[in-house]
Write a protein that binds this ligand. Sequence first.
Ligand SMILES: Nc1nc2c(ncn2[C@@H]2O[C@H](COP(=O)(O)OP(=O)(O)OP(=O)(O)O)[C@@H](O)[C@H]2O)c(=O)[nH]1
Ligand SMILES: [Mg+2]
Length: 318
Amino acid sequence: MESDKSDRLVSSQKSAQLDGLLERLRKGDQIALAKAISLFENDPELIFYLQGELQEILAQSKSHIVGVTGSPGAGKSTLTDAYVSILRREGKRVGIIAVDPSSPFTGGALLGDRIRMKRHFSDDGVFIRSMGSRGNVGGLNDSVFGVIMLYKLYGFDYIIIETVGAGQSEVDIAYVADTVVLVLSPSSGDEIQLMKAGIMEIADVFVVNKADMDGAELLKMNLETVLNFSEVQKPIVMSVATSGRGIDELYQQIEKHRIHLYETGEISQRASRRMKKHAETILDNRIQSILQCVDSNDVNVMVNAVLDEICKSRFGGL
Ligand SMILES: Nc1nc2c(ncn2[C@@H]2O[C@H](COP(=O)(O)OP(=O)(O)OP(=O)(O)O)[C@@H](O)[C@H]2O)c(=O)[nH]1
Ligand SMILES: [Mg+2]
């Protein structure tokens, strides 16, 4: 009983704090946004708290989620930076999530990207959050869903998620993004990327970056050969992210894909896929905590109870 009471007290304090932050962030207060993200990172289940009007805003949000993935050093951050410049020129507000490889010692995010994307640091139409992948086997950090939700409430027109395309994260990004951009470069041994199963399917737009370097044309030709086997025609953009060459075309291709998603209704399929992935991460986390504290014979009963609970609630899924 006592602990029940104190749990309720903690949660009412949290909701009061969150209420205040959400109100402020919806008015464009980036400090409130940063604080709300920290709260969600510590307690991902705060999403259950988002009800009524907030649910409506989320359901109607048209923030376009762009996933940028590719080999380490392919130029993802430089390209994102140049793409953001175009979006800003168009008057769009942009929230960025940079998912970095975790340091094995601290689990904290590396700060390199913040420095590389510094051009937009003092611009209040742009917000950058770095997060570690926390060694998550699923690749993406679970908090990514909470941050997307808060970015949508803030009202960003575009949400860009940069992930290093190693292991699972490049596949995971396909469950989260509306448009997936795969960045290849001749300097990253990306011939190997082309051989990887699944990679052709997840990307919507291909970029051969570092087009100023030897091997870019050959990489493009090889990519075209591989893509010829696929039924859907996908665009290839040649770019030099450091000089801005090709970035206008990248912008156009992403717009084309965005419009295509709305025209075909595929945008709602992508949203459902994202919601399902989100539900799975919640379930995974609950299972982990159940397994830590109960007798294994009770696990089945409890898992079913949790599934029921998740399905009954809209839980703020995107
Ligand atoms: N020559 C050339 N260099 C580039 C180009 N784009 C990026 N670079 C350089 O490549 C290096 C890596 O660029 P980043 O943008 O940090 O690459 P990244 O893919 O974000 O790297 P990680 O996040 O560490 O995986 C930097 O030194 C860039 O200046 C390009 O088009 N041409
Ligand atoms: Mg980067």
